[in-house]
Design a protein around this ligand. Structure first.
Ligand code: DGL
Length: 262
């Protein structure tokens, strides 16, 4: 049985790369729903439907543990998936998101004034604010939707990135840390680090998600022992696009990506 990684596009390959680097022995199945990208500007109903369709596909491909790398899908759909969908549809499968490990990391880093950038849907859900305050009630959180970033990153267009990020980040006042709450943003973390004062921490999911999964597997041997360990890799999307392959190629040179429909 495999570890499934789901994203709305190819940004989740960043997360997959860090999972594979940390835990190379497992079998991975990556699915990017590129046909419906971006999720971040869609309604909750659409995001839930596309996420459920994608999870059903991953389950049909023998995924026992599924990581929803997409912050938008995690924000909108994870609670329903864990409480309703999985118990009825596939009780043997575990589905995890990326928001909880990210807020845990922020709290471990003892931050107190946090900025969050993410898609419009993630920001509207206020999931980061809610989860941060559950762990640390006095924490101050400022959330900002940054919808122009994903299309530029997905199209590998970095020409005006500096100016755009500088513009966005100028909305924050006196933050001591910035959470990059989107699969694609690890690819622009260096821009953020360059623009923000040196003492501001930039919390980027690629830098700790592998370790978090490793901890999870240690605590859950009943899942770990069912996972295949042949280092097999499958990478699938719902629609091929030549531009986004540049992103994929940068992360995994000579990657074979299959188009699937469901
Ligand atoms: N994967 C999405 C996220 O992490 C970003 C791309 C999208 O809007 O679909 O929020």
């Amino acid at each position: 049985m495999k570890i499934g990684v789901f994203d709305s596009g190819l940004g989740g390959l960043v997360i997959t790369k860090s999972l594979i680097e940390r835990l190379p022995e497992y079998d991975y199945f990556y699915l990017g729903d590129t046909k419906h990208l971006p999720y971040g500007e869609k309604t909750s109903g659409r995001i839930l439907k596309y996420t459920l369709d994608s999870l059903k596909y991953l389950i049909s491909q023998n995924c026992k543990l599924i990581i929803i790398a997409c912050n938008t899908a995690t924000s909108i759909a994870l609670r329903y998936i864990q409480q309703k969908f999985i118990p009825e549809y596939a009780p043997h499968v575990k589905v995890l998101g990326v928001v909880i490990p990210t807020v845990e990391k922020a709290v471990e880093d003892e931050v107190s004034k946090v900025g969050v950038i993410a898609t419009s849907a993630t920001i509207k859900s206020h999931i980061y604010q809610t989860e941060l305050k559950k762990l640390s009630p006095h924490i101050k959180v400022q959330e900002l939707a940054t919808p122009q970033l994903v299309p530029l990153i997905e199209n590998n267009n970095y020409e005006y990135m500096d100016n755009l990020i500088e513009d966005y980040l100028s909305a924050f006042s006196e933050i001591d840390s910035l959470i990059l709450g989107c699969t694609h943003y690890p690819l622009i973390k260096n821009y953020c680090r360059h623009i923000l004062p040196q003492k501001t921490k930039v919390i980027s999911q690629d830098e700790f998600i592998g370790e978090k999964l490793q901890d999870y597997l240690k605590k859950h041997p009943e899942i770990e022992e069912k996972l295949g360990k042949d280092s097999s890799r499958n990478f699938c999307v719902t629609q091929k696009s030549p531009q986004s392959y540049k992103v994929a190629d940068y992360l995994f040179p000579n990657l074979t990506i299959k188009e699937v429909s469901y």
